[in-house]
Design a protein. Sequence first.
Length: 47
Amino acid sequence: MATGYCVKCKKKVEIKDAAKTKTKKGKEMIKGKCPDCGTTVCTFKLD
């Protein structure tokens, strides 16, 4: 599972419903939801 930093909870969390996507410039990232608050969480570290 991928981990990312939730800005709302102010802690590292396991990304729920993680999906690999790309930015507009083509860089790969993982995007999903915070399991605690539901805020969108992104990370560029591909585990």
